[in-house]
Design a protein around this ligand. Structure first.
Ligand code: FES
Length: 206
């Protein structure tokens, strides 16, 4: 579903503004984009799991591979994805603009996403965001000047039973408290993803 600037489902939420661009125009192309040979081989392997006339089924994987390569999904990357899986660039944009894990502009090395949906909101997500803002010195939707961190508020991350949930790149950091914010940022600065100690990683390692 396309959401324009005039639509909002909640008077206080700026749907579609912080995280996604609000124009469907393809005028802003971004840098040239071509999949690397390695990414193309991976994509072909994934496409081979679907009938030949349904390459579009690999759209999420195709977008992920492009984002992993470029760091975000430019308009040119959307077009390359569309060509690779034989669909329209508008189809790709629809998917990119729906999921919060896809970025339409450059982001920091560590992307911190704080869930603001009901379970997390009731358990103090707003205070977690406020503390992260204070520690990082940026507002939601911004990236630190050194390019290390981006901060976003997003909707449900799917781990509601362990709210509040903070996504860090591809990991969930769960049961977060405001006072955990500095340790989270310091751990990422010092150790990258290895510095994450949220229960998601503990559960997976168990
Ligand atoms: S409400 Fe936050 S993860 Fe579902």
């Amino acid at each position: 579903m396309w959401i324009d600037d005039t639509m909002s489902f909640h008077p206080l939420m700026d749907y579609g503004r912080a995280h996604h661009q609000s124009s469907r125009s393809m005028a802003d192309e971004g840098p040239a984009f071509e999949y690397t040979a390695e990414a193309l081989a991976k994509l072909e392997d994934i496409c081979s799991r679907y009938p030949a006339d349904q390459r579009k089924s690999a759209i999420l994987a195709a977008i992920y591979l492009a984002q992993r390569q470029q760091g975000y999904i430019s308009r040119n990357a959307m077009k390359a994805v569309a060509t690779a899986i034989r669909c329209s660039a508008a189809d790709v944009e629809d998917v990119v603009s729906f999921y919060t894990m896809f970025y339409q502009r450059p982001v920091g090395r560590h992307v911190i996403q704080v869930c603001r949906t009901l379970s997390c909101a009731l358990n103090g997500a707003e205070r977690v965001t406020a503390e992260l803002q204070a520690v990082l010195g940026i507002a939601p939707g911004q990236t630190t000047a050194d390019g290390e961190f981006s901060l976003f508020e997003v909707e449900c991350l799917g781990a509601c039973d362990r709210a509040p949930v903070v996504g860090v790149n591809d990991h969930w950091h769960e049961c977060q408290k405001p006072e955990d914010a500095r340790a989270l940022v310091d751990g990422l600065k010092a150790h990258g993803a290895a510095g994450l100690t949220g229960c998601h990683l503990h559960v997976e390692k168990a």
